[in-house]
Design a protein around this ligand. Structure first.
Ligand SMILES: [Zn+2]
Length: 145
């Protein structure tokens, strides 16, 4: 299996164009694309496998209830996660400051970790950000001291 990384182009289903199109990978976790940018409408969305070519692992064709050798879904942000992100051209990248408030899918530039994308807002004061190679929980929306 080819190694996927952010920045390369793959076929994916575009949720906006409603068809299989070339997408640029924006974020990869554990060699699976999670976020892509459509090269046609330039919309950014979660990765969907192309409709035309069935992708293994996403859907199992057999309906048998065989035991699945899957990791438990309870596992949260394992340190071995392999993450790769690349901002789309023209993306607005905000300098990270803990006093600023960030929202999902925003790009941030961090002094230590580099450029990353907000993958989750964890309550009022924390965000999860995927940087190239690492996922971090950062504080945000902190009152100025
Ligand atoms: Zn599209």
């Amino acid at each position: 299996m080819a190694l996927l990384r952010a920045g390369i182009e793959i076929d994916a289903y575009c949720t906006r164009c409603r068809m299989d199109l070339t997408h640029r990978i924006i974020a990869v976790v554990n060699n699976k694309p999670v976020k892509v940018e459509c090269r046609t409408c330039y919309g950014t969305h979660n990765y969907r496998a192309p409709k035309s070519s069935p992708v293994p692992a996403e859907k199992t064709t057999g309906g048998t209830s065989a035991p699945r050798p899957k990791a438990s879904p309870r596992r949260s942000a394992a340190p071995e996660e392999q993450i790769s992100v690349a901002p789309p051209p023209g993306a607005r990248i905000h300098g990270y400051r803990m006093t600023e408030r960030f929202s999902k899918d925003q790009w941030v530039a961090h002094k230590v970790f580099g450029t990353g994308v907000v993958t989750q807002v964890l309550g009022d004061d924390k965000i999860e950000v995927h940087f190239d190679g690492v996922s971090k929980v950062l504080v945000h929306n902190r009152p100025e001291e």
